[in-house]
Design a protein around this ligand. Structure first.
Ligand code: TYM
Length: 330
């Protein structure tokens, strides 16, 4: 049987190099025996203050970047989450499975919640994410390190639901990248590179940044106080981040091996800039081609949503029946 992989990206900002290395590139690299489901998680973008027109624009941009990154719509299912209403329906059943205590422990809620006007959906959002995963009988969820806790919760909810109501869901596994699980902000290597950062943030490389902008951001990256190039994420987070980026953008060797080839930060940064520009160039070229073919993108997303609904509906029906909901008489 094919290996079922699923992942989503929230359109809350222009996608970054972190999204590419931690997620998109891995979707595209998945082998031919993988059955991939990839979606733009637009409903997740509603959990914090948002602007409708910007959300619509970013949803489109993110969908185009999925395809431009090499997700093949003939082999995979690519769609926009809100086009498949089964996600919200199952999310409610999982809100009725999750406990307030475990949702309150989610790091993302602890960081962003607790402010005035925090939306209720920020608290319940991990149940929606669990629904996203469980609807497609997913085996593996390729995400960056920042999503571990949410995937763990999806596993816990699947196990609890199965134990309480009978076997209903496949219990998914987390799939972490070997390197670049957490690409750091170039200007502040102790924080993750975050697409929700301010538009012009100097430490955030966007997938659609021009080569000049990429080079400028990389050359200005914060390194460490001494000048020795070595790989140690704890004591030398800035240089180690650059080495990880280089290794995952086609550099030959592990970050530690790559470190031994440099005796100055300047040379390392030049090579990182070249590698990132080289990795993004084909994606940007395909993006431009797709932008010129909006009808084609619409068709791909509509076909993806149809296929997703065909898959999701029987799983939702199974969960509804297991939990005790009745069907209307036909
Ligand atoms: P999101 O949109 O924040 O991030 C999308 C993907 O990119 C990865 N990522 C990173 N990887 C490495 N370094 C970084 N600096 C970096 N920043 C982001 C994330 O780990 C993620 O894989 N809730 C999710 C979207 C989602 C989802 C799902 C994912 C919704 N439903 C179901 C998997 C399965 C999110 O907001 O990711």
């Amino acid at each position: 049987m094919n290996h079922r992989m699923l992942s989503g990206i929230t359109p809350s900002g222009s996608l970054t190099l972190g999204n590419y290395l931690g997620a998109l590139k891995r979707f595209a690299d998945a082998g031919h025996d993988t059955d991939g489901t990839f979606f733009v998680a637009d409903l997740h973008a509603l959990t914090i203050a948002h602007e409708p027109a910007r959300l619509r624009r970013l949803t489109r941009e993110t969908a185009l970047l999925f395809l431009a990154s090499g997700i093949d719509p003939d082999r995979s299912t690519a769609f926009v989450q809100s086009h498949v209403p089964e996600h919200v329906a199952l999310a409610y059943l999982l809100e009725c499975t999750a406990y307030v205590g475990e949702l309150g422990r989610m790091v993302q809620f602890k960081e962003k919640g607790g402010r005035p006007r925090t939306r209720a959906s920020l608290f319940t959002y991990p149940c929606l994410m669990a629904a996203d995963i469980l609807l497609y009988e997913t085996d593996a969820v390729p995400v960056g390190g920042d999503q571990d806790q949410h995937v763990e919760l999806a596993r816990d909810l699947a196990v609890r639901f199965n134990r309480t109501y009978g076997e209903t869901f496949v219990v998914p596994a987390l799939s972490r990248p070997a390197i670049a699980a957490r690409v750091a902000d170039l200007a502040d290597p102790t924080s993750k590179m975050d697409k929700s950062a301010l538009e012009g943030a100097s430490g955030v490389v966007r997938m659609l940044d021009s080569p000049d902008v990429v080079r400028r951001k990389v050359m200005r990256a914060v390194t460490d106080s001494d000048s020795e190039v070595s790989y140690d994420p704890h004591t030398k987070p800035g240089v180690s981040n650059l080495l990880e980026i280089l290794a995952s953008c086609g550099g030959v060797g592990s970050p530690a091996v790559l470190a031994s080839r440099y005796d100055s930060y300047g040379a390392l940064k030049q090579d990182v800039a070249d590698a990132v520009i080289g990795a993004l160039a084909p994606v940007q070229a395909r993006y431009a081609a797709l932008e010129a073919e909006p009808g084609h993108v619409d068709e791909v997303l509509a076909a993806g949503a149809r296929r997703a609904r065909e898959r999701a509906a029987p799983v939702l029906d199974r969960a509804r029946a297991a939990i005790g909901l009745s069907e209307p008489a036909s």
